[in-house]
Design a protein around this ligand. Structure first.
Ligand code: ANZ
Ligand code: ZN
Length: 836
């Protein structure tokens, strides 16, 4: 009777059967509706971690469910295989980045296979192989031809430890995101993609993404950072010249008390020619850091030029002009007007130099023109102390000032974006070579298409920092494709975010001779459901959206948005442990003794916080030993249990134990299946049909924890039910219902019960809607107003029937204790109160 599910036999067996049958291979052509389910492809770091397991299990359940509900499914897997860690490994371990990466891919692939994923492995790709990145080079040249790529000398973030340029996003608090080194500024010639050309499209497109989390859409919106403002001129007193400023707050114009220009503003340079003190001040400004954070925190300093400007709304009102260290030359016009009551930097500056501070936006009832204190009011509000603007809202006042400026010709409305063009040059080896040749005479030329792919050289050394491509003895020496004189290859490689900006298209269509076939790709695209970590909410998703729009712009594809549905899953967390000397301990290095946690040899352990699994804190749990102990299905089921999928999930041994027991309860139902029983069980039938309907909805909504709860409920009911034809039917149906989540167990059970073919290839059961109608209600039975019993009664029961049922309740009779009921109050559908 106590038979046990044996995953060690079942898992490899079914995995082999699936593979040999080709059941998860996406059809090249099919009349069925399409479902493209994709999880963000992994970086081959070496081992699969629990975060991957959770991510891929979720996608797998959906993919399997889609197949069972009559879809042609594309569920591929690949490797985001270029990037810094491979080069770091090369430097530390003296291995080749290619070898290291390919070994990792092999190891991780084996681990993923143990999970029993329904993946079309025939479409597997790795971005580090020329048959992928060669096509990427072709796309880069297409973009170049379309005017979406340009080269520009620009000041870049230089990581002096990793010896590489970092994107702004990779600079966190002034430090390199990976090395933690203080970032420096350096001028280099860089390749840029014109993402800003699509800034408005990318912003407006967000509105169409109604299957994306709101928080992700908001993050993208803020990243694009569209602000509407006014660009206007303040005329210099006694001079025909003027100073152009940019403001996002034209509503605060009457609160202006000074104008400030950047230290490298042309006017500052001009004035400094005859003013040594100003020259010295400018020098001082240059010494400070240049990041936004540096400027934010530095003390606000200014130099009074002695010049004055006229206020554009009142030429009799003159304002002083300062050179100030907090004004950036490369933002707006390099000049601003200061409104101290409503901006922190301006207020700090005004307090320091004794300038006026006039309130022009009311703060609640406070309209006092004399602004006090050191905290500005930066919100919107009713405009006060502002002549013709008084009484307007901030928005109305902004529009009114812009309209007036445009009418009178001293300024115009202007839109600014925070988004900058995408610098894609990296001074690294392990990336896609940029397909360009530099000729002394002809300039930067595209590599002729016939010479693609430009393949990375294998013989490189990593013993000194810097770019191995640049110091390779021969690789970069090529003839100019135009004049045939000796020329030089571009030695920069592409940002790895480029690789992940189009892999989902290559999955959908992979011809040998071009990046993708339009018709074939459009069969599948856009991705129906994309699943991944929220850490990619901004950059990866924005770049992939840009790339898709650029392809659409060039007429290569007919869609604007690559991902119809997006889901960002929560992280897998675990307790952290520290030994007495303060070093981190892994879960495998500690054990529980009574209520205490100690090291394996009994030394004391301090229990730390529950945190995201990460190598640095050693709180990682490798899935392999879990597979060894419980098999894939228990691990999968645990990943889908309890926690809503967008929330973090705390991994626990106790949790996996309980899961294993549940898996075996299901197994015993399959094992004890009797097909020939007679008899109908109406209650169980109803529950079964509810489960069928509900589990499907839950999977589709990715609320797997709810689907899990419904399976629990059904299993409980089946276990309790007397043998009947309904019960047998329910057990057989259960195999199909759990198949997306517990695929090996379901196959094994299906076979055992005599099902034909693979359960994974069966149709999802259909439910009878009539059985979902609720025709029973719960009625509270009270005696003298106190709850004594609850009864489940037909919804249609009339007052007399309810009264009779209440008076027959054993608990009510006991509570009455022999007293005669004086009155019975019936509230149909809710309660019966017996008054005695
Ligand atoms: C007047 C004003 C009043 C401003 C007020 C703000 C608040 P965002 O919103 O980030 O786009 N600014 C303009 N050019 C600048 C530059 N080159 N360097 C530093 N700051 C500059 O920032 C726009 C605001 O930043 C502008 O609006 C300007 O100050 C300042 F209550 O103008 B504001
Ligand atoms: Zn040439």
């Amino acid at each position: 009777m106590s038979s046990r599910f044996n995953p060690f036999k079942a898992d490899p067996h079914w995995q082999k059967v699936w593979e040999e049958s080709g059941i998860f291979v996406a059809p090249a052509k099919s009349d069925k509706p399409k479902a493209y389910v994709l999880e963000m492809f992994p970086y081959p770091s070496g081992r699969i971690h629990m975060g991957h397991v959770r991510n891929y299990t979720m996608g797998d359940v959906l993919a399997r469910y889609k197949a069972m509900t009559g879809h042609a499914v594309l569920h591929p897997m690949g490797w985001d295989a270029f990037g810094m860690p491979a080069e770091n490994a090369a430097m530390e371990k003296k291995v080749h980045p290619g070898g290291w990466t390919r070994d990792n891919i092999a190891a991780m692939k084996a681990q993923l296979k143990r999970l029993g994923l329904a993946i079309d492995w025939t479409r597997e790709l790795a971005t580090c192989e020329p048959d992928y990145y060669g096509h990427e080079q072709a796309l880069f040249l297409d973009l170049l031809k379309a005017g979406l790529v340009y080269r520009k000398e620009s000041s870049v973030n230089w990581d002096p430890v990793d010896m590489t340029v970092l994107a702004n996003e990779q600079v966190i608090d002034g430090r390199g995101w990976r090395s933690g080194a203080l970032v420096e500024k350096k001028k280099l010639n860089q390749w840029f993609l014109k993402i800003t050309q699509f800034a408005d499209d990318l912003l407006e497109g967000l509105a169409t993404l109604d299957q994306w989390p709101d928080k992700v859409r908001l993050m993208q919106e803020n990243w694009i950072g569209k602000s509407k403002g006014l660009r206007c001129t303040f005329n210099l007193v006694d001079s025909p010249e003027g100073i152009d400023v940019f403001t996002t707050r034209p509503d605060t114009m009457f609160g202006a008390s000074f104008v400030a220009i950047a230290a490298d503003h042309p006017l500052a340079t001009e004035l400094a020619a005859n003013a040594p003190a100003l020259q010295a001040f400018i020098e001082e400004c240059r010494k400070g850091g240049t990041t936004a954070a540096d400027i934010e925190t530095a003390e606000k300093k200014g130099f009074n030029t002695g010049l004055s400007v006229e206020h554009p709304l009142d030429p009799h009102w003159h304002l002083p002009v300062y050179v100030a260290n907090f004004v950036l030359m490369d933002y707006g016009t390099g000049a601003l007007f200061g409104c101290p009551a409503h901006d922190q930097r301006d207020l700090d500056f005004a307090r320091k130099y004794g300038l006026g501070v006039t309130r022009v936006v009311a703060e609640g009832d406070n309209e006092d023109p004399d602004f006090e204190g050191d905290t500005p009011y930066t919100g919107p509000g009713r405009i006060v102390n502002s002549h013709f603007l008084n009484g307007m809202s901030s928005d109305e006042a902004k529009a009114a000032v812009i309209a007036r400026a445009e009418h009178e010709g001293w300024g115009e409305g202007q839109t600014q974006y925070r988004l900058r063009d995408w610098g894609v040059s990296r001074q690294r080896y392990w990336g896609t070579p940029i397909p360009i040749i530099h000729c002394e005479f002809c300039g930067a030329l595209p590599v002729p298409r016939s010479q693609l792919p430009v393949v990375l050289p294998e013989d490189v050394s990593f013993d000194i920092p810097g770019n191995p491509l640049d110091r390779h003895p021969t690789w970069k020496n090529v003839p100019c494709p135009n004049c045939n004189e000796p020329a030089r290859r571009e030695t920069d490689t592409l940002d790895t975010f480029v690789d992940s900006s189009w892999y989902f298209i290559r999955f959908a269509s992979q011809p040998k001779d071009k990046p993708f076939d339009r018709a074939e790709a459009e069969q599948w695209l856009p991705v129906g459901q994309y699943i991944g970590g929220v850490e990619h909410a901004i950059l990866h998703l924005l770049y992939a959206r840009f790339w898709t729009r650029a392809l659409q712009h060039m007429g290569q594809i007919g869609i604007a948005e690559p991902f119809k549905g997006l889901f960002t899953q929560g992280m897998v967390t675990h307790e952290t442990y520290k030994s007495a000397d303060g070093s981190w301990l892994s879960p495998g290095e500690v054990k529980q003794v009574g209520a205490d946690i100690v090291t394996l040899d009994g030394q004391p352990v301090t229990l730390g916080r529950i945190e995201k699994m990460s190598k640095s804190k050693k709180n990682v749990v490798d899935p392999d030993p879990m597979f060894d102990q419980y098999g894939a299905d228990a691990v999968r089921w645990f990943m889908l249990s309890d926690s809503p999928p967008e929330r973090d999930l705390e991994w626990s041994e106790a949790g996996i134990e309980g899961t294993w027991r549940f898996v075996n309860r299901i197994w015993r139902l399959f094992d004890g299946y009797e097909p020939t029983v007679r008899g109908e069980d109406a209650v169980l039938r109803k529950l079964l049909h509810r489960a069928i309907a509900g589990i499907g909805v839950d999977i589709e909504a990715l609320t797997f924890n709810k689907a899990v709860a419904k399976v629990h409920e059904l299993v409980n009911a089946i276990e309790k039910a007397e043998p009947s034809a309904t019960r047998s039917e329910a057990v057989l149906m259960l195999a199909r219902l759990v198949s997306p989540m517990l695929p090996h167990l379901a196959e094994e059970g299906w076979m055992r019960m005599g099902g034909t073919g693979l359960v994974a290839a069966q149709a999802w059961p259909t439910h009878d809607p009539a059985l979902l109608v609720d025709d029973e209600v719960t009625i509270a039975i009270q005696v003298n107003g106190k709850l004594r019993d609850t009864l489940t009664l037909p919804k249609a029961a009339d007052k007399a029937a309810l009264e009779a049922a209440a008076l027959a309740s054993e608990k009510a009779v006991r509570a009455l204790d022999g007293a005669a009921p004086k009155k019975v109050i019936v509230v149909p559908g809710r309660l019966v109160n017996i008054v005695a």
